[in-house]
Design a protein around this ligand. Structure first.
Ligand code: B3K
Ligand code: ZN
Length: 872
């Protein structure tokens, strides 16, 4: 495979200043005429050839300044167009290509989805439309003329502002769009089809009147109003929180049903997976509403972090993604509950990113090399990338952080930048040396921090000693200590924070761990305090501290920091679960810890009014959390059994309290997706989950009653999920009833597929195989594939069946899908990211499946890269 390295970066030898595109739509033979104004780059090499990227392209003609190019001056293949000796002055290159959008099953470049034309160009899809310098540091002003039949494509869209429309004869019409903001090719978009639209407007802080349009399939307009509302709230928030205004006359979102990922931030024309646009109380869950709000915000925020300031090369991907995730997390925190958002983000970070970071696919937030860039749109680049920015803010403080952001926007607007340029802005405004901080971008692996504490009654001092270690990862055997911001609190016996005093002076709560071992001694403490470490999860590390269960239970009840109040309860439960797994595997006595139930009981107490937070407290660590805590020789069945037993023990000891809470939390009035109402429903289903934990008739009957009587999709899906955990007849009846009601709505049937693929039951794999042949499944639609096969790959016990059949199924499915859609196929193989941590029997089976796949012929670059690294 060809490896691209950061160290090999050099500026483009040529620049493209303007792009005039004429796209003449046809289902199987679309003609693209590109007029490119090109000039040599003063920063490039002198006598360089002009090499344009292509993929699957058919050249019709090429001309320079309107004149034909001599045959021997031009070298063309589907993958490349080379001019060995182009003019050494500005010139115009006109290229005509022909492409087949219907045959495009990879969903990159121009393709059709339900009859509509759409594009996806990030990272390297523009080269599937025309030959181009398809790299993010070539910024051009685009004018796009789209022509198509009036009946099939009444709507013709591209980036920027609408400049002209008109008749093209023969039942065809056209629209010309002009985008005044220079942009890289990956932000180009075109959409054409027969679509419904919801319209609104927004007036920016400085008075620009912006037309807002959300395009959806006809008949779905009423499901687009929540997304529209989220757009307006995002626009206002970015003005208020970051001082960023929108910069075109129109902002458009299009929902399409075939999409390789969540959404795409094309300039002025965001294209979305319809799953993240469409919502109504009858069809969407609270989770769907929250995702729509967050993803609408994320793509909108890219307008500044990604589009106005873009990436110099794809190694800098976290420059736009980590930063934009950070921004959307802040938006949600301001809009909903900050502590609950933080807890959810950390749960996700641990589940996805810590898992990735601990296995063969680990890579730095800024990778140094790649074989296939599409495989680097990862939780490490996105979520750890956001954590790095959050740490920066903790380290330099909120004022310096804001000043640094302002400087970045100011200095780099219109440029394609690097991480170094970004971090330099913060070093400059804060006066801090951020060289060591850069290690967060260079070093892969989750640092572990071991903390020991000591109280000295004689001197009334409390010492915290923290030792950090960054584990080896592929290609990085040894690591240097990073700068880790550890936010600490000292909680006194009354549950309040004690003053932090070091060296006779009031000390900052942020302790920067800069060497292998860092020690800090706090003074003036009459009694031993309980240390609250890494408050609000101030760094993405694994903490192990010498605190006792008593300490953690105290923090779970008292810590003024809500994140650590939640974390403390999780830590005690996690310790107990690990001990239970060990006992199960060695036949030892079950370690009981009845005080876990006391902590969970607080979540269901009548006085508890923050239901969303309580639902987080009530939820035990996941099976994945336990697996990562154990680290190696992982037995997923033992983990499942241990967790089930703990849940059962809690349910038994709190039976009355939880039943009372369940009754109290019933929905009364009409559905609203707001955070408080959603929190109430989340706590309600958590109660139901405990009540049904033993799979007994009573609990199952409650779940069935909720399912039958549900007046919104959240309740219905949550009830179905609880039922699906148990092989009771009620489960199949409910699944059938659901299909009978919603069989014609693919997004709803995706939930139905996902629930079945996630069930921890021995017949799950057979069911999944059967479902791949059902009329609700379609290998050509990424949402279907992810809902069924992707969800199965995330099923802890059934993907990891001891007989290896789960591994073989996912590997074979990825292989079969590869020819059609390599990106989605490669994603499915993410299921193998922790295979090396398994117990020897399963590990051998997983390795077998990967080796068999690696021997298959004709694997795509996408799949080949993952398999090679997974086996690495
Ligand atoms: N930038 C896109 C992701 C593109 C993925 C290409 N394989 C969406 C986002 O992160 O906002
Ligand atoms: Zn993004």
């Amino acid at each position: 495979p060809q490896i691209v390295r950061l160290a090999d970066y050099r500026p483009s030898d040529f620049l493209i200043e303007t792009v005039d595109l004429d796209v003449n739509l046809h289902p199987t033979a679309t003609r693209v005429t590109a007029r490119l104004s090109i000039r040599p780059n003063p920063d490039g090499r002198e006598r360089a050839a002009l090499v344009l990227d292509g993929e699957d392209l058919k050249l019709v003609s090429a001309a320079i300044d309107g004149g034909a190019i001599e045959a021997d001056a031009l070298d063309v293949s589907p993958e490349r167009l080379t001019l060995a000796n182009p003019p050494r002055r500005p010139f115009e290159l006109t290229i005509v290509t022909e492409i087949d959008p219907t045959a495009n099953t990879r969903l990159m470049g121009l393709y059709r989805s339900n009859g509509a034309y759409t594009t996806q160009c990030e990272a390297e899809g523009f080269r599937r439309i025309t030959y181009f310098l398809d790299r993010p540091d070539v910024l051009a002003v685009y004018t796009t003329r789209v022509e198509g039949p009036k009946d099939e494509t009444p709507v013709l869209l591209s980036n920027g502002n609408l400049a002209e429309t008109g008749e093209a004869g023969d039942g065809r019409h056209f629209a010309v769009w002009h985008d005044p903001h220079p942009k890289p090719s990956y932000l180009f978009a075109l959409v054409a089809g027969d679509l419904g639209v919801v319209e609104d407007r927004f007036v920016t802080a400085s008075g620009r009147d912006v037309a807002l349009k959300v395009f959806v399939e006809h008949g779905r307009e009423d499901r687009a109003t929540y997304a529209m509302d989220a757009i307006k709230r995002s626009m206002r928030w970015d003005e208020e929180a970051f001082g960023r205004e929108y910069d075109l006359d129109v902002f458009m979102v299009v929902a399409v049903s075939h999409f390789n990922m969540g959404a795409m931030e094309n300039k002025g024309l965001n294209v979305f997976n319809d799953k993240y646009v469409l919502a109504s109380p009858e069809t969407a869950t609270d989770g769907d509403y929250a995702n729509i709000e967050a993803i609408i915000a994320h793509e909108y925020f890219h307008n500044w972090t990604g589009n106005r300031i873009t990436c110099r090369d794809w190694f800098q991907l976290c420059l736009k993604e980590g930063l934009t995730v950070f921004r959307d997390q802040e938006f949600t925190s301001d809009t909903r509950s900050r502590p609950v958002k933080r807890i959810q983000d950390v749960r996700n970070l641990r589940a996805a990113q810590f898992a990735e970071d601990s296995g063969p696919l680990a890579h730095p937030v800024r990778p140094q090399a790649y074989a296939e860039i599409n495989n680097f749109y990862t939780p490490t680049v996105y979520e750890k990338g956001a954590e790095v920015i959050r740490m920066l803010k903790v380290l330099i403080g909120p004022e310096a952080f804001k000043a640094g952001m302002d400087l970045y926007f100011d200095r780099h607007d219109g440029q394609a930048c690097t991480i170094e340029q970004f971090v330099a802005c913060f070093a400059e405004v804060s006066g801090r040396d951020l060289d060591q901080f850069m290690l967060w971008y260079h070093q892969a692996g989750t640092p572990s921090v071991e903390v020991t504490t000591a109280y000295d009654a004689a001197t009334k001092t409390f010492t915290i000693e923290a030792t950090q270690r960054v584990p080896p990862t592929p290609g990085q055997p040894t690591k240097a200590p990073a700068v880790i911001p550890m936010v600490v609190g000292l909680v006194g016996p009354d549950g309040r924070d004690l003053p932090l005093v070091v060296g006779g002076r009031k000390a900052d709560a942020v302790v920067a761990l800069t060497s292998a071992t860092t020690r800090v001694t706090f003074e003036g403490l009459e009694q031993r305090p309980v240390a609250s470490l890494f408050r609000n999860f101030s760094a993405p590390v694994k903490l192990s501290a010498d605190l006792t269960d008593d300490d953690y239970l105290f923090l779970a009840a008292n810590d003024p920091d809500p994140f650590n109040r939640w974390q403390a309860g999780q830590t005690v439960a996690l310790r107990n679960l690990v001990a239970r797994v060990a006992a199960l595997r060695t036949g030892g006595a079950t370690p009981e810890e009845p005080r876990i139930a006391d902590a969970v009981g607080r979540a269901f107490a009548p006085g508890e009014t923050d239901h969303a937070f309580a639902a987080q407290v009530a939820a035990l660590p996941s099976e994945g959390d336990v697996a990562r805590e154990i680290g190696d020789d992982v037995d997923p069945d033992a983990i499942h059994a241990a967790r089930r037993a703990l849940k059962g023990a809690i349910a038994a000891s709190l039976a009355d309290e939880i039943a009372a809470a369940y009754a109290r939390l019933q929905d009364t009035g009409h559905y609203s997706p707001d955070a408080a109402s959603a929190g109430r429903r989340a706590l309600k289903v958590s109660a139901l989950d405990y009540l049904a934990a033993d799979g007994g008739a009573e609990g199952v009957a409650l779940a069935k009653a909720l399912f039958d009587g549900a007046t919104n999709m959240t309740d219905r899906i949550m009830a179905l999920q609880v039922l699906s955990l148990h092989a009771a007849p009620a489960r199949d009846a409910a699944l059938d009833a659901f299909a009978a009601s919603y069989g014609s709505d693919p997004l709803l049937m995706d939930k139905w597929l996902l629930i079945q693929a996630s069930a921890p039951l021995p017949d799950t794999l057979d069911r999944v195989r059967e479902l791949t042949r059902s009329r609700y499944f379609d290998f050509g639609n990424p949402n279907r594939v992810r809902s069924l096969v992707g969800a199965f790959g995330a099923n802890p016990t059934q993907f990891n069946r001891a007989d290896g059949a789960g591994y073989a199924f996912v590997a074979e499915t990825a292989r079969a899908l590869d020819a059609r859609n390599p990106q989605v196929a490669a994603r499915l193989l993410g299921a193998f990211k922790t295979w090396r941590a398994l117990e020897p029997g399963r590990r051998a089976k997983a390795e077998d499946a990967l080796r068999t796949l690696s021997r298959a012929s004709g694997l795509s670059a996408d799949v080949g890269d993952i398999v090679r690294r997974a086996l690495g």
